[in-house]
Design a protein around this ligand. Structure first.
Ligand code: GYE
Length: 303
């Protein structure tokens, strides 16, 4: 746990504080839209003044965004980091200005409580394992699988990959991972990598896309190549409406949710910390799961 005393920060009342929110990626991905909306809604509910910035997937921009938020007087920060490393300049300034940091969805590498108060995200290794379970089921434990990796440089990609590979190795020795390339967590990336995949491995049996946007891009590529729903088993992570609809349409086998609704948890963490209470240095949000059995009925829970 972490307390204001331990962190060397003076106690504060969140209601009177200006809070800065730094978003990492463009809001074309519903994960990002829902995440930002959740932060804004919660700030509104509590009457907290919120200032925001979006780095559009440019890490240097995100560092200067957060510095700007502090010069604009942010007294507490919520950061959705693009990369996990490289935060030293921000951490040093936040320490000097006594600004507590809560990070959401991706981790900042540093010392918990010293460098940041808490990390709030999913259990990404578990998401990878759940995706593997879906893939193993879809392929009856046998076949060739491609992995569309997320962007490099963050814990989410590393952990989603680790959980998936470990579970396949343990439980499905007849599934072989034959192709691995990053689609940068974008739809265009997923599409172009899948176009290459179809050239190099035309008989691929399954695709694990480390987010929905890449999975949707993969479906576009498969459609373009004349494939039919079910020809290639696709498993993705996020839980967007479009991906869950593609389960109903038969293109995607299953989706493991990555829940982006961090607003209440993030503001609760800052509020308790400001009051001098002990806050856990890691908070795991719970994730749903979608497949053909529940997609129709669960669609309203997708984002
Ligand atoms: O899955 C993806 C986004 O960091 C958990 O990043 C997040 C991931 C999410 O680009 O859609």
């Amino acid at each position: 746990t972490c307390s204001a005393e331990q962190a060397g920060i003076e106690e504060f009342d969140l209601k009177d504080a200006k809070v800065g929110f730094s978003q990492s990626e463009a809001e074309s991905n519903p994960f990002r839209i829902t995440e930002t909306a959740s932060i804004e809604k919660e700030a509104g509910k509590r009457g907290v003044e919120l200032i925001t910035a979006n780095a559009q997937s440019d890490f240097a921009q995100q560092i200067s965004d957060v510095q700007d938020l502090m010069s604009q007087g942010a007294e507490a920060l919520i950061i959705a980091p693009l990369n996990s490393d490289g935060w030293e300049p921000v951490l040093a300034e936040a320490e000097r200005k006594q600004v507590p940091i809560v990070t959401i969805d991706r981790q900042i590498n540093g010392d918990a409580c010293d460098d940041y108060v808490t990390f709030i995200g999913s259990d990404f290794v578990e998401q990878g394992r759940r995706a593997a379970d879906q893939m193993i089921e879809a392929l009856g434990g046998k076949g060739e699988v491609a992995v569309l990796l997320g962007a490099a440089g963050n814990n989410v990609t590393t952990e989603r990959t680790k959980g998936f590979k470990e579970r396949v190795e343990e439980n499905a020795p007849d599934i072989e991972i034959v192709f691995e390339q990053t689609g940068e967590f974008t739809r265009e990336g997923g599409q172009s990598v899948t176009e290459q995949l179809i050239q190099s491995n035309p008989d691929i049996d399954g695709i694990y896309a480390e987010n929905d946007e890449m999975g949707i891009g993969a479906v576009t590529a498969l459609r373009g190549a004349g494939k039919q729903p079910g020809d290639v088993e696709i498993v993705t992570v996020d839980g967007t409406e479009e991906a869950v609809q593609l389960i109903i349409d038969g293109w995607i086998h299953g989706v493991v949710e990555s829940n982006p609704r961090f607003g209440p948890l993030a503001f609760d963490a800052h509020e308790s910390f400001g009051k001098g209470e002990e806050v856990p240095v890691e908070l795991i949000i719970s994730d749903r799961e979608y497949d053909a059995d529940n997609a129709e009925e669960e669609l309203p829970n997708a984002y």
